[in-house]
Design a protein around this ligand. Structure first.
Ligand SMILES: [Cu+2]
Length: 235
C-alpha cells in the first residue's frame, strides 16, 4: 500500500510546497563561507532535539556535520515511533518559512485536531533533504518510503554520510528556487528543521485510514503515514 505512485506523489507535493510559499519577507540568508583557497569553507556541527507532534509520543536527537554544500555526516536517533513502519524523514527549509516547529494551536487551519504536513509548511518550509537510507536524497525522494528507515520496537538509529545539498523548489528568497548554496548556508546558520513523519493515531498497530482518513498529499495513503510525528530545529 505504501509503495504506490511515489513519483507522482513527490511531484504533487513539490507543487503543493511551491504553491504554499506566500508573503513578502526580507531575504535573510547570510553566506558565511570563507574566501576560496586553502582552508576555505566552513564546517559546523548542528544538533536538534526532536519533540512530538500530534501526540505521537515520538522523540529523538539529531547530530549533523555540515561543510560547505555537503552534509558530511548525519545521525538521527528516534524512539516512540509506530513500530515496524517506514518513517519519512527530512530536513525542511524555506527562506520564507519561520525556521520553527509548528504548533497545533496556531496552525491547525481546518480545526480537525491534527497537524498535517501541509499545515506545517509556514513553520518549516518545503523538503530540502530527504534523509533516505540509500540512493537519492533530494526533495524528489520526499515520500520514497521504501528507502526510509523502518522502526524496530518503535525506534531506529539512522546514519548517513556525504549528502549533497541540491536546489530546492519553493525555498528561495522570493518563494522560487533556492540554490544548493543558499540552502546549505541557511542550514549551516541554524534554519533547517528536521521532521519525522508517520504515526498511529488510532493505535491500531499500523498506518491505517481508520480514524483520520486519507493523506492530504495523496488519497492513496493514510494520513497516518504522512502526518508529522516529531520535529526539531537543527542549530
Ligand atoms: Cu518532512
Amino acid at each position: 500500500m505504501m509503495k504506490k505512485s511515489m513519483t507522482t506523489l513527490g511531484a504533487t507535493v513539490l507543487m503543493l510546497f511551491a504553491a504554499t510559499s506566500v508573503g513578502a519577507s526580507t531575504a535573510s540568508a547570510h553566506d558565511t563561507e570563507a574566501p576560496k583557497g586553502k582552508g576555505a569553507g566552513k564546517t559546523v556541527t548542528l544538533t536538534a532535539t526532536l519533540t512530538e507532534l500530534n501526540g505521537s509520543g515520538t522523540s529523538g536527537h539529531v547530530t549533523a556535520i555540515v561543510r560547505n554544500k555537503m552534509i558530511k555526516n548525519i545521525e538521527v536517533h528516534a524512539e516512540g515511533l509506530t513500530p515496524d513502519a517506514p518513517h519519512a524523514q527530512h530536513i525542511h527549509f524555506g527562506d520564507q518559512a519561520q525556521h520553527e516547529c509548528p504548533t497545533l494551536l496556531a496552525q491547525d487551519l481546518n480545526d480537525d485536531g491534527r497537524l498535517s504536513t501541509v499545515e506545517g509548511l509556514p513553520s518549516y518550509g518545503p523538503v530540502a533533504v530527504s534523509l533516505t537510507t540509500t540512493g537519492d536524497t533530494s526533495p524528489a525522494s520526499i515520500l520514497a518510503v521504501d528507502r526510509f528507515p523502518v522502526s524496530e520496537d518503535g525506534m531506529y538509529h539512522y546514519n548517513r554520510s556525504n549528502i549533497k545539498f541540491t536546489d530546492v523548489a519553493g525555498a528561495g528568497p522570493t518563494g522560487g528556487v533556492g540554490t544548493a548554496k543558499e540552502v546549505a548556508a541557511a542550514i549551516r546558520a541554524g534554519e533547517g528543521v528536521v521532521v519525522i513523519h508517520g504515526l498511529d493515531y488510532d493505535e491500531s498497530g499500523a498506518y491505517s485510514f481508520g480514524e483520520k482518513g486519507a493523506s492530504e498529499l495523496d488519497s492513496a495513503l493514510p494520513a497516518e503515514a504522512t502526518d508529522p510525528a516529531a520535529c526539531g530545529v537543527l542549530r
